[in-house]
Design a protein around this ligand. Sequence first.
Ligand code: HPA
Ligand code: ZN
Length: 350
Amino acid sequence: MNLESIQRRDLPAILSRMPKAELHIHIEGSLEPELIFEMAGRNGIRLDYASIEDLRAAYAFTDLQSFLDIYYAGAGVLQTEQDFFDMAWSYLNRAKADNVLHAEIFFDPQTHTARGIPFATVIAGLDRAVRRAGEELGVSASLILCFLRHLSEEDAFATLEEALPYRDLFIGVGLDSGERGNPPEKFARVFARCRELGLHIVAHAGEEGPADYIRDALDILKAERIDHGVRCLEDADLVARLARERVPLTVCPLSNVKLAVFREMHDHNLGRLLQAGLAATVNSDDPAYFGGYLNDNYAATFAALPELGAREAYQLARNSFEASFVAEEVKKGWVTALDEYFAGACGGKG
Ligand code: HPA
Ligand code: ZN
């Protein structure tokens, strides 16, 4: 496969058509303003915004917290099992259009149980969409339960208790919400319990928080993947370790620019992460809020960063499959499909 034979002008089409996985998507962050208004209407909820355009205009963020305030408010329209299904079904159809073969989807149960919505309602709607996507769209998907790190560890333990009757419907746990001042060690005991239960472990770290939080997520929580992790480049020893151990980073470029982690896409360090030998992947985080779905993230980064070419496109897609929590044979099948896709794109010169 001669990836160098691929012309730069052909990259946008290749990026959008290549098979890929998405490993960092908060399902509540896929709730589009249109759906927020529709659900508010059918559930009799009054919104603070007069129109869809008004709401969209409020999506001007200065940092992570300014986003989280609007994101948690938007999720307030979700009331019924059908609402959770509709949200996830809409995302999965969108993922299919971006040639996503597999998605590992975060959900934030505490955002809903704190409003009196039963955990069972949340997971039943999401699970129904995941199953239907497998059957009707040919998109494989699984769920990862995220604990909100601005809440207490006790609250996380209570959420885990509520989730245990549905243990078979999610594959792992993560840690999200406001990072600064909420270090990994705050959740050491609940993650230890999750590991005993055989759950996969991921954690947001090094988005706004320091590189030390990435190290602590690995050492204390035993995270298998780091969500974001872009601030690792501030610590050379940590970078060497992440490369040696092939710890995947689920990078979200449009999110990083919208939340001012980088000033503009041109400043993003995705190319440098790959050059350092890190298992970086591209993801959308909260696509309804950050200006685009998975293919939009690929398109924006490759347009802004000249160091990204066909080799990096292949590597990022390959990393996304290899970093997923599926059986090795399944990963191999997807990587073979990716190899065949790129062999075709190289004009069979491979
Ligand atoms: N960081 C932390 N918490 C989140 C995010 C994020 O990017 N998106 C949704 N919850
Ligand atoms: Zn995230």
